[in-house]
Design a protein around this ligand. Structure first.
Ligand SMILES: NC(=O)c1ccc[n+]([C@@H]2O[C@H](COP(=O)([O-])OP(=O)(O)OC[C@H]3O[C@@H](n4cnc5c(N)ncnc54)[C@H](O)[C@@H]3O)[C@@H](O)[C@H]2O)c1
Length: 431
């Protein structure tokens, strides 16, 4: 495992609510003005060793996590406003929690974005690059190189926290083989090559881990997995697991463990930030819906318990409701049953009054730190151990691998990865 010496460039695609909340909080934390609540990598203690050797240690004391002071922030966005103005505009944090780091935020001026309005119809911005898909890749590669050189960084991580792109289906003719993907980029195929693919390709080409925080297809295709392996770069995605899906991946294992049946799960959200506005467009919501719907089936395993889980009605809705801003409300209604069947059905109601970006920001920090750890450990390709943070965890679907959604199983995977990287035995088992 390589040490964490030197600086780490953290390049975020998108300088919106989540990114500005993440950067502001991280800057406040390194000034000692807040605690990193929600960051497992910064706060959790885990067990290493067994028997007499057993010890509980902070993750930071097991593996060489990049120190907070070594992070250098950059971003791309279609709007020109700096990180301070973007944070004020996002209206997540109070002014008193932004002002102490105002100067540092003002210094973060977004680079021009690789953007295509056809992929996010609700947004209009003019701070964008021009060129074919392949030219965009080259410009993005130059951005990464230049930023690293300018700040004297020896490593970089690129993380997507930009708007969810419209749904594009997997197209085997373009997305399976790396040569076909590159040919499509060179041919400027604007149907099958999304802007997010340009960022991912550029990052991997520059040897920087790439993390996808939205549900975009992007790196979730065999051509990108192969490219990441070839370049020796870790990748992870998709979609930050923050509110409602976090609850789903906690409640579903409870039902399964107690052999309680499920006949329906209705989930709806109201939120009023820019993300909510983008997701109000049906073609963008479709990407999110696919990501949100997959979760419970793989946990409940209908094929093993058809009497309990063979007939579930699962529906997910997101409603744009401006008065709420970033303070999303997520409602869930579960219709469950057990002893003597559905005639004695019961209901569980969850009303999660959350704050989207407050939940997502520590995930962004942890994903960056984990991706950097993986890179220094020499782990390349899909990092399934990072599924803990992701709503739609990447897995090799070509080889029919199943994703792990259960939060507790995901935590075992995370802890085992940390133990292995720290030179300990991976000693907890998935069932
Ligand atoms: N907050 C959560 O709980 C949560 C959970 C899971 C996923 N996400 C995803 O994270 C992403 C960010 O969420 P947010 O609330 O910060 O949204 P936001 O709308 O506040 O910020 C997104 C930013 O990305 C910019 N952008 C759009 N396309 C771009 C491109 N091609 N290149 C560069 N910049 C681009 C937009 O201009 C905007 O400033 C969204 O895709 C959202 O779905 C958020």
């Amino acid at each position: 495992m390589q040490s964490a010496n030197g600086k780490l460039a953290v390049l975020s695609v998108g300088l919106g609510a989540v990114t500005t909340t993440f950067i502001t909080g991280t800057l406040m934390y390194r000034k000692g003005l807040t605690v990193p609540g929600g960051s497992v990598i910064e706060m959790a203690k885990i067990r290493v060793g067994r028997g007499k050797e057993k010890a509980y240690k902070k993750i930071k004391d097991i593996v060489p996590v990049a120190p907070m002071d070594s992070l250098e922030f950059a971003a791309w966005d279609i709007f020109e406003e700096n990180a301070y103005l973007a944070a004020v505009h996002a209206d997540v944090l109070k002014q008193k929690d932004i002002d102490p780091v105002r100067e540092e935020l003002e210094a973060i001026k977004p680079m021009k974005a690789a953007f295509d309005k056809n992929f996010v119809t609700r947004l209009q911005g003019d701070h964008v690059k021009q060129g074919t898909r392949w030219e965009l890749v080259e410009q993005l590669r130059a951005d990464i190189r230049n930023f690293k050189a300018e700040r004297g960084c020896n490593r970089a991580v690129v993380i997507w926290a930009a708007s969810t792109e419209k749904y594009i289906p997997y197209n085997e003719a373009v997305h399976k083989n790396l040569a076909d993907l590159e040919a499509a980029m060179k041919a400027d195929d604007c149907v099958n090559i999304s802007p997010s693919m340009c960022y991912a390709y550029a990052a991997i080409a520059e040897g920087a881990p790439f993390v996808m925080g939205a549900p975009n297809l992007c790196i979730d295709i065999p051509a990108m997995w192969d490219f990441a392996k070839q370049q020796n770069v870790p990748i992870a995605g998709k979609d930050f697991k923050t509110g409602q899906t976090l609850m789903k991946t906690v409640l579903s294992p409870m039902l399964r463990t107690r052999c309680l049946g499920l006949s329906g799960w209705f989930s709806t959200n109201i939120l009023g930030n820019r993300d909510g506005e983008v997701l109000d467009a049906p073609e963008n919501f479709k990407t999110k819906e696919v990501s949100k719907l997959g979760v419970i089936d793989t946990i409940l395993k209908a094929e093993e318990q058809p009497e309990l889980y063979g007939d579930i009605f699962h529906k997910v809705r997101i409603n744009y409701y401006p008065p709420r801003g970033d303070a999303k409300e997520g409602w869930d209604n579960l219709d469950i049953f057990g002893w003597m069947g559905k005639d004695y059905g019961m209901q569980i109601k969850v009303d999660f009054l959350c704050r989207d970006s407050i939940l997502a920001a520590p995930l962004m920090l942890d994903l960056v730190l984990c991706a950097d750890l993986a890179q220094r450990a020499g782990w390349s390709g899909i990092q399934t151990w990072m599924s803990f943070y992701l709503k739609s965890p990447m897995h090799n679907y070509v080889e029919r691998e199943e994703p792990i959604h259960d939060l507790f199983q995901q935590y075992i995977m995370l802890k085992n990865a940390i133990r292995t990287m720290g030179g300990y035995e991976a000693d907890e088992e998935l069932d």
